[in-house]
Design a protein around this ligand. Sequence first.
Ligand code: SAM
Length: 469
Amino acid sequence: MALILPPSFADRMRTLLYNEFEAFSNTLLQQKSATAVRLNPNKPIQQGIFETAQPVPWYALGRLLENRPVFAADPLWHCGAYYVQEPSSMFVAEAVKQCCNLEKPATALDMCAAPGGKTTLLAATLHPESLLIANEVIKTRIPALLENVQKWGAANIWVTNNDPEDFKHFGNFFDLVLTDAPCSGEGLFRKNPEAVNEWSEQTVQLCSARQRRILAHAAGLVKPGGILLYSTCTFAPEENEQNVAWISDNADFTPLRLQIQPQWGITETISKTDKGQTVYGYRFYPHKTPGEGFFIACLRKKSVVPSAENNVLPASGKKTLHQPFSPVGKHEVAMLGKWLTNPTEFNFFTKNQTDVFAVPAAHAHLLPAFAARLIVKSAGIEMGTIKGKDFIPAPALALSNTVPPPVPKLQLTPEQATAYLKKENFELPYPPGLMGWALVVYQHLPLGWVKIMPGRWNNYYPLEWRQRK
Ligand code: SAM
């Protein structure tokens, strides 16, 4: 579908951009979208199709591609070796670098996380012992978030499925809260021309009101001295600078100024709040930066007076709503430990009595309190399922980058890897006499599990991952 800009949108953009409007609209109407990927620092690859790609100016592990390959046909994409992401979104990492102390583990919340682009970016940026909560309110968006988090392989991410309001009992627990808010999506019109049909000035106002509600909850969760990052993929000032000004005045935040290099082409906006604070916003326009439209602002919570509530979850006065996680027994700990190379770094929990999760020991004491207040879909590495005396390893365990299990590994060719991912029949290359669970790997990166039995083997790649591609 050809892109036709709604006249009132064009008028609004003309007001924002003055004499740059022609360049902006020509870019949107005549130039194709940029394609970019972000390499996983924990799953290094021979760069192959990315070798000649230019780096994303503000993110060293980002790569700008000339063309859009069929990512789903590349086994490395299924291994979690890279994530396909808007280059502008990768600027979140630069903002975090400039505002947060990355030398220390942090408590971080990605409030609007699905499908997980910024969650996995945060995981690659924050101190590896940080606790990162990836929350998504819409239940149907949880499977994609889980899949992307599991493929990325970080052990320190917990996925929750809650409304921002449900976090209200957490006090100011977090060092960093990212609110990548649902928005009117003006910045994505070129990529998704049909989105213009849903756009109206009224949509902008509705989105702005919804963003304020989300922001108000997010702001309350930030520690004094902690950071609130706010981003959208729209150009509307009502959804961007005006919301940043509103939350700064109403929740006691100071907007921060970032260092941007002139060659990056990022547009800094400087405005004032009602109370006279200076607001700094960072806009990504497609005629000046590679990628689609994006906005980000960074705010620091005022008052560095230590709060008694910092890092301590308040006790829940009410009867708990959920509590599906419980520590596993000693016998199971011994059995599960055999599946990890570094078992002492984890505590093990079962969810619904059968599904086992390995949670980094540093965060394990927090899990009961989280599970009592929130719908925790996964915590740490989903290891698998205990069935009587048997243990069935989960796909997430295969893909986890911190704990490659000490089991046999079978190297696949590109053709074999494709057949494995499609769950088609192929000749599995295993040595005579090998029995039981094995990992299939592609270019040394695990793809998933197989189980070898006398005369046959079973493919344990999840059906739902295969079908969606
Ligand atoms: N951060 C994601 C990423 O980088 O992959 C993209 C997030 S998208 C811009 C906004 C998210 O907010 C969507 O996943 C959407 O489901 C969620 N959302 C929608 N309505 C919401 C609400 N009322 N409160 C919180 N989140 C909401």
